[in-house]
Design a protein around this ligand. Structure first.
Ligand code: ATP
Ligand code: MG
Length: 287
């Protein structure tokens, strides 16, 4: 049930958000089968890879796919009700604490009351909980992640003096981009050893062209040119271009081209600016 509609936006309680329309995802290797098998065994999954390589799209696709076989179930009233796999995504940042995930007491006019955080909601309803860029979060979050990601599947809520057994469907999925992290801000070994890792990278040229054509709605020729350009730019990585251009930015360039922006200009604003910014950044960090 949605909580309401404001303006043209639909509002969901976070545990009620599910992916409704099938997301477009082009499998690159065996990641779909691996995730399905891991999910069936409730093995936590770590998605590793650079920015804009399809990690978020993949989780959304998997949540949709895993929810689909159970989509129509008969409720007690005999009506057909929909069941979908709830997906709770948390973008982790350096100020994110264990309380932000688990919940906290809030004060209002009626006094204090407890509010569940996103992780607690996911554990209770049996959702897939996706912690994006988990190493960014404060270290106290490992206290929650560890008992949830081994055989115990327990969430301790210290402030309530409770321990919650995760509902059957619950699975913790985290993302991690090793390129960004300094050694100081890396995952602890004991955390890493609780997940299988599915690695993402920018797709091979043919597949990337297919993705660009689908996402951007540009011509097949334009998508092949963009994918070829992406490949070339990535080969210049050693020349100060950080991670190279992401599939996301190639899609943006394709979208501009599909709307009539000349190819050169579209690539300048979507791709070339990266190299200038990276060069300036590198020069500044050397000073
Ligand atoms: N295999 C794929 N199938 C379909 N679309 C893809 C695929 N890979 C990348 N994309 C496209 O690239 C875009 C960026 O992907 P996404 O947002 O999932 O990246 P990400 O890895 O989560 O990046 P970040 O680490 O910055 O969050 C998507 O919106 C989609 O258009
Ligand atoms: Mg993402």
């Amino acid at each position: 049930m949605t909580q309401g509609i404001e303006g043209s936006a639909t509002i969901y309680a976070s545990e009620e958000y599910a992916v409704h329309d099938e997301p477009y995802y082009l499998p690159i290797a065996d990641e779909v089968e691996l995730f399905e098998t891991a999910y069936a065994q409730r093995i936590p999954v770590l998605l590793k890879g650079p920015t804009g390589a399809g990690k978020t799209r993949f989780v959304e696709y998997m949540a949709y796919k895993l929810g689909r076989p159970m989509m129509k179930v008969s409720s007690k009233t005999g009506q057909e009700a929909e069941h979908r796999m709830p997906l709770i995504t948390v973008a982790c940042h350096e100020d994110l604490t264990a309380s932000d995930l688990v919940g906290r007491y809030l004060l209002d006019t009626d006094g204090t009351h407890w509010t569940d955080g996103p992780l607690t909601r996911a554990v209770k309803v049996g959702a897939i909980c996706y912690l994006d860029e988990v190493v960014e979060a404060r270290k106290d979050t490992t206290v929650l992640i560890h008992p949830l990601t081994d055989y115990r599947r327990l969430l301790p809520i210290e402030k309530l003096g409770q321990v919650i057994e995760a509902a059957d469907g619950f699975l913790l999925v985290i993302s991690y981009n090793p390129g960004y992290q300094s050694a100081l801000k890396d995952l602890k070994h004991s955390t890493r050893q609780r997940f299988i890792a599915i690695e993402f990278d920018y797709p091979p040229r043919e597949q990337e062209a297919e993705i660009i054509a689908h996402e951007a709605g540009c011509s097949r020729e334009a998508s092949i040119d963009l994918a070829r350009l992406g490949e070339k730019v990535r080969n210049l990585k050693e020349h100060g271009l950080g991670e190279g251009v992401s599939t996301r930015l190639l899609v943006y360039a394709g979208k501009l081209m599909a709307q009539g922006v000349p190819a050169r200009r579209a690539c300048q604003v979507a791709i070339t600016w990266l190299s200038r910014t990276t060069r300036k950044y590198n020069a500044a960090s050397r000073k």
